[in-house]
Design a protein around this ligand. Structure first.
Ligand code: SAM
Length: 259
């Protein structure tokens, strides 16, 4: 299957799941809220957004990052593939001068002019090829800042499944080394500089069900392809009194020195 077709199919599925949960997303998006704040602080610590021009966001969801960054941008365009998410984001940004929303697949970004900056929080892991997708976005702007969860995230959950001789249904996530290599190579070719930081975000859940629900409740429960659910009673028992789950998130910035 050509990648564009695979990407279109994936996007339709992902949009449907996220769209269905847009109304309750904010209440449950604990990791996303934490990483949006971390990404905004990461950008600020490296000099902030470009003072002029358009800042475009990919995969804005209900606008957790947009709320933090739109006030710092001259113009802000929040984009997503799920119309229901965009509507929430539009309401959140309502009345802010220079801010708007648009339906757009971040795997095939279509900007009339290169934005002064592109930003994205925990969205590129949904692309068919996250590394290529991040590289493509970085190539469209002098300033690209992102957060993406990495392979190996949620080791506590993986270990519990491995003890059963199984792999959990978690979505495959990109490797930090692959992303950093691709973007460092692009930076060298295009006169840009990169900065990266990886952070472990550990959240606590009442039990295994609450952890699984944390994906379901925000619409992020599309399992990896080929996953077949089976009985998981030992996993439920292991975490009956609570569980910690750690997401490893890569924060990255690739920008022209002048940007
Ligand atoms: C986990 S949510 C993160 C949302 C928001 N950035 C936040 O931090 O709250 C992922 C979002 O990415 C969107 N998304 C997934 N694949 C996408 C794609 N190919 N293009 C644009 N948005 C996408 C989903 O619809 C969803 O709103």
């Amino acid at each position: 299957m050509p990648w564009t077709e695979a990407a279109t199919d994936r996007s339709a599925l992902v949009a449907k799941r996220f769209g269905a949960r847009a109304g309750q997303y904010d209440e449950h998006a604990l990791l996303q809220r934490e990483s949006a704040a971390t990404l905004a602080a990461f950008i600020a610590s490296l000099g902030g957004l470009p003072p002029a021009g358009l800042v475009a966001e990919i995969g804005c969801g209900t606008g957790l990052l947009a709320e933090l960054l739109a006030p710092k941008a001259e113009r802000y365009l929040a984009t997503d593939i799920a119309p229901e998410m965009l509507e929430r984001c539009r309401l959140r940004l309502h009345g802010r001068a220079g801010a708007g929303v648009a339906l757009m697949d971040g795997q095939r970004p279509a900007f009339a002019q290169p934005p002064a900056a592109i930003v994205s929080n925990l969205a590129a892991q949904w692309f068919v090829d996250p590394v290529a997708g991040l590289e493509r976005l970085a190539g469209q702007t002098p300033f690209f800042a992102f957060a993406v969860p990495l392979a190996g995230s949620f080791p506590e959950w993986r270990e519990a499944f491995r003890a059963l001789g199984r792999e959990p249904g978690l979505l495959p996530m990109p490797k930090g080394d692959d992303i950093m290599r691709a973007l460092t190579t692009l930076a060298a070719r295009t006169g840009k500089r990169t900065r990266f930081r990886t952070e472990a975000h550990t959240l606590r859940y009442a039990n295994a069900r609450a952890f699984a629900d944390s994906f379901r409740n925000i619409g992020a429960d599309q399992p990896r392809s080929g996953y077949r659910p089976g009985p998981i009673r030992p996993v439920l028992e292991r975490f009956a009194k609570g569980m910690e789950a750690t997401a490893f998130v890569l924060y990255g910035l690739i920008k022209k020195e002048s940007a």
